[in-house]
Structure formats: C-alpha cells, structure tokens
Design a protein around this ligand. Structure first.
Ligand code: ADP
Ligand code: MG
Length: 284
C-alpha cells in the first residue's frame, strides 16, 4: 500500500454494507453498460453499447476516444448523474445509483463556487461533513501546497487563471478523500503550455495520493503520459475497442514522449482512432 500517510479525513461511511464487497475486487467495475437516448423521431440512439471495464485500486486509468464516442456519458454514469439503460456500475463494491462524495469530479468547465475563496471552495465538502476547523485548515493547506497555491488561499476564483482554477478543483476533489477521482478533459480548455504544466502537476500529485483515477481525454499524448492503462473507445455505438497497458516507468520524466515505446503506443492508438473517424463527420 501507499508509503505516504496523510492526515486526511478517514474515508467512506456511506456504502450500504449489504451491497459492498471487500477489498480484492476492483475499485471501479463497469459491467455491460448500455446507454440509450430517445431521439426526436421516436427512435433511440445507443450512446454506449455493452461497455465493461475494471479499474483496480490506485490505478490511473485513461479513456481516450473520438469526440462523441461516449466518454463523458460513461463518466457521468459513474458519477451517478445519469442512469444506464442496462448493466451496472460499482465503486468500492457498492452499486452506483446517485451522486456521492465517494466520487471526486474534475470537469473541463470551471466548477468552483465564484462567491467562495479558494480555501472555502476546497473546504466546502469537509465543512458539510462537520470536520473541525483546525483539521479543515490542515487538510486544505496540505492540498494547497500540493497544487502550488498556498499564496492564493484568500483569492476568489475570478482572480485566478484557468490553470489555477483547475488546480483548485483538483485540490477540492482530493481534499474530500474520494474513493475514485473522475476527470473529464480537465485541461481541455487550457493553452498547450499550461496544459503541459498541469499534466506534470497532476502526475506529481497522483504519485503522492495514489488515488484511483479515471481520466477522460481525446488527446493521445495526454493519455499515454498519464495512464497506467488506456481504454481506447470507438463510436456508434460507444464501446471499448482496445485496452493498452502503459509500461513506461514512474515517475514519468520529462521527455518520455520521445521514447520509442511511447511513440509505438501512440502509433497504435492513432491507427485505432483513424479507423474510427475515417468516413463520417462526427455528430456534434
Ligand atoms: N442528453 C443527451 N441526449 C441525447 N444524446 C446525447 C445526450 N448526451 C450525449 N448524447 C450523445 O451521446 C453521444 C456521446 O456523447 P458524449 O458522452 O458527450 O461523448 P464524448 O464525451 O466522447 O465526446 C454523442 O453522440 C452525443 O451527441
Ligand atoms: Mg466529452
């Protein structure tokens, strides 16, 4: 298990014990998930067709695929923001039926509360769980330091850059000590230099926290750089086309993108995605 112990809130008291299996099972289990949407003509559209995947504890899993293949839909289902038409999703053995604090989320749009300071944003969930003020301060300071924002605790979101706001969002998600961190193209709106900095920062923070992560992106380099395992999705219907383990050693160093192993993986994923986007414009 992890070598770093942090004085963070103890986890997880919201599972139904009847519905919980113990530690050997994967942290996230997605089983035969289908998702259909009704179409205006009275028909239905299959956004996800029979998707199954497992993410073991402490794995950094990445889902990569073309726009419209159902990546966000799959993450939304895992977050409990929507229900599958068929199949089931379990986190820590408990079947997902609604949103919960056991799943931390970082999405592309800036989701901070604009009327709260950085510190108040990060401690929001801790306060709701009645964590004492001194402990809250300790947890928030820890994560502010992790994302290099100790000097910005009293700023409001509108005083921050996009990259800084996403760092606050990451700190907020981790401060709640979730079972799993769900990230949907969190760096998609950032310029490429900031995006690279954020990827490095996320890698470092993840090395410390070793949270189970599901990270969605359409950027192949980002997928390989970050992931232990990459699920390549295809569209129509959304499905897993290939699962690739990323054997690059950790911590991942600067310049890893130039290594032959990295380039070979990139070629493999590019070829898969190229088949996907070959003949039709996507439907967005
Ligand atoms: N609420 C909805 N109603 C109808 N279709 C939807 C809805 N949400 C998503 N879709 C469709 O489902 C497919 C998958 O969408 P999404 O999960 O957002 O893809 P991705 O995140 O991979 O770009 C797309 O074709 C999209 O248009
Ligand atoms: Mg999406």
């Amino acid at each position: 298990m992890g070598t770093v112990t942090m004085n963070t809130p103890s986890s997880i008291d919201f599972q139904d014990p009847q519905d919980t299996v113990t530690c050997a099972s994967p942290r996230l289990q997605i089983r035969n998930v289908n998702l259909q949407f009704n179409t205006p003509g009275g028909g239905s559209f299959t956004a996800l067709g029979d998707v199954s995947l497992d993410v073991p504890d402490q794995q950094f899993a990445v889902i990569v695929g073309p726009s419209g293949c159902g990546k966000s839909s799959l993450l939304y289902l895992t977050a409990g923001l929507n229900e599958p038409t068929g199949g089931e999703i379990r986190v820590g053995g408990a079947r997902i039926t609604s949103p919960g604090a056991d799943r931390g989320m970082v999405f592309q749009g800036y989701t901070l509360f604009p009327w709260l300071t950085v510190r108040q944003n990060i401690e929001f969930g801790l306060k709701r769980r009645n964590m004492p003020a001194a402990q809250r301060r300790e947890v928030v300071d820890h994560y502010l330091a992790e994302v290099n924002l100790l000097g910005f605790a009293d700023n409001f979101p509108k005083q921050l850059s996009g990259g800084m706001m996403q760092r606050v969002a990451i700190a907020r998600a981790l401060a709640n000590d979730p079972q799993i961190l769900l990230m949907d193209e969190p760096f998609g709106a950032l310029d490429s230099q900031t995006r690279h900095q954020m990827q490095r920062l996320l890698l470092r923070v993840w090395e410390h926290s070793k949270k189970t992560v599901v990270f969605v992106t359409h950027d192949i380099d980002e997928a390989i750089l970050l992931g232990d395992r990459v699920f390549v999705m295809g569209a129509k219907p959304g499905r897993i086309r290939k699962v690739l383990d990323i054997p690059l050693e950790r911590p991942r160093h600067v310049g890893v993108e130039m290594e032959p192993e990295f380039i070979a993986l990139k070629r493999e994923i590019l070829d898969l995605l190229h088949d996907e986007i070959g003949d039709e414009p996507d439907n967005e």
